[in-house]
Write a new protein. Sequence first.
Length: 392
Amino acid sequence: MNTQVGIVGGGPAGLMLSHLLHLKGIDSVVLESRTREEVEGTIRAGVLEQNTVDLMVDTGLGDRVKREGLTHHGIELRFGGRGHRIDFDELTNGRAVTVYPQHEVLKDLIARRLEDDGDIRFGVSDVQVHDHTSDNPKITYLDADGNEQTLTCALVAGCDGSRTSTRGLIPGTTVRTDHFRQYPFAWFGILAEAPPSSEELIYANHPRGFALISTRTPEVQRHYLQVDPDDSVDNWSDDRIWSELHARVDGEGAEIKDGKIFQKSILQFRSFVCEPMQHGNLFLAGDAAHTVPPTGAKGMNLAIADVYFLSKAMAEYFATRNRAGLEGYTDSVLPRVWRTQHFSWWMSSMLHRLPDETGFGHKRQVAELDMVTRSVAGRTLIAENYVGTPLG
Ligand code: DHB
């Protein structure tokens, strides 16, 4: 056997799994199709739950996130032209989120794995898992030079994102159920050199559509606008973007600060869950098993929660050869997956304009936001889920 755990995919799930396994004395090899530069340069969401930050700190990855991450103690929900603060300190007993982009987490994980002599193989292609229901799974692939390679292992982790090749190994007709939902909107995301428009993130419901005011650093801001799923970046001049952001967000207590836009992209909205997340000695984690819509920034946090539990089950197996934890993996993580799926769907459905809706739909949404934000119970529900319910 070349390694104990073969990990397909070097995103947050794969790299964190490799790191957590290493701390438990278990060997792994990570196979990643992108180059290190691509992995470290891909812009994704930027909000870490308290759990994710705690796990990073507890496992020796906390230096930079503690130094450079921006701790946020609340968010603003904006509707009817007014802001309504969700105060995490008061509602969750001091838990918070940290704005720290996903690719910075990946840089920290890669640096740490390499310091610990971890084995990450970038730029591989044609990765294929074989015999995952046997005791001797193997993974064949072409290395970065195009040479055929074979990796033998005891367990395989499918951490290869939403375009996964590993999910398909769980037989679709007899074993696997896929739950899928599409949404009639997308997000137009920008990065801009500008001062922060707000100290905290603003989620705005507006008759023209949703807008999100986020940040990256004191000099770089990240904002999103709801658009049609088939819209294109080319339709949006900088002027149009800023005027739409002003129209949807400005009002009592808020005024967007313009700047120089240097990145534009469109993000699609989907909900997806595959059940079960295990078949034989193959275990799926992160987007390979589930996708959440971006409202609430849960995707990476959910991937990290998966591998936190998966690493424990794998460690128990290697220590005792007892498969109970491995066989219980799906049941240990699915309730959180579905709660997160619900939260991301709920936030999306409260905040976005639905294309086929009449005035009734918008009024009903505003009433829901009003009901939730006026009630301590309602605000607590949002706060607890936004900062992340404890992994424990
Ligand atoms: C960001 C993304 C999100 O999906 C979200 O809910 C909040 C912030 C971001 O990229 O900053």
